[in-house]
Design a protein around this ligand. Structure first.
Ligand SMILES: [Cu+2]
Length: 176
């Protein structure tokens, strides 16, 4: 005898109610997961600060890429408290390898690459820009505290990726 066919009307109603209940909980759990996922994204973007606000990219015609500033790296002081840094990533180092700026300076980085993708990340700051061949990433940052900030490559770029370290040395103010 088939046990299902022997169910009483009460058993049947019970099973249908139980299934409704289960479906409701599956829906609640999925909704919670969606809220958690979206909430985490907002947290990473707005609170954790990993995404650099104000970073932008522009395509650079190859003629402009021939500018010495873009293939050898350069630090240009553009004002009493302002610098422009032309930062180039190549396997496996940064040019310039060491950047000196004064504390309290606003620094604009123009970041590019001569070969493959590299990740331009400055530890202890919110700077995190991809260095792309044929494009220039732009990001601004104010270095208020004196000290050494390490540049690391956070985009795997080959066998010596881990040694791709540069330094930004923020010197104390003259009158400090
Ligand atoms: Cu790398």
């Amino acid at each position: 005898m088939n046990p299902i066919s022997s169910e009483t009307p009460f058993d049947d109603a019970f099973h249908r109610a139980a299934e409704r209940h289960e479906r409701a909980w599956v829906f609640i759990v999925l909704a919670m997961l969606a809220v958690l996922l979206v909430g985490t994204m907002f947290y990473v973007v707005f609170d954790y600060g990993i995404v650099t606000q104000g970073a932008s990219f522009f395509r650079q015609p190859s003629a402009a890429m021939d500018e010495p500033a873009f293939h050898e790296g350069r630090v240009v002081q553009t004002g009493s408290n302002r610098y422009a840094v032309y930062m180039v990533g190549h396997a496996w180092s940064w040019s310039p390898g060491v950047v000196h700026v004064k504390a309290g300076s606003l620094v604009t980085f123009y970041v590019t690459s001569t070969d493959v993708l590299h990740g331009f990340e400055v530890q202890g700051t919110t700077i995190n820009v991809t260095a792309m061949p044929g494009a220039v990433g732009k990001v601004e940052y104010r270095f208020d505290r004196a000290g050494t900030y390490y540049i690391i490559c956070n985009e795997y770029c080959g066998i010596e990726h881990h040694s791709m370290i540069g330094r930004i040395v923020v010197d104390p103010k003259d009158n400090a």
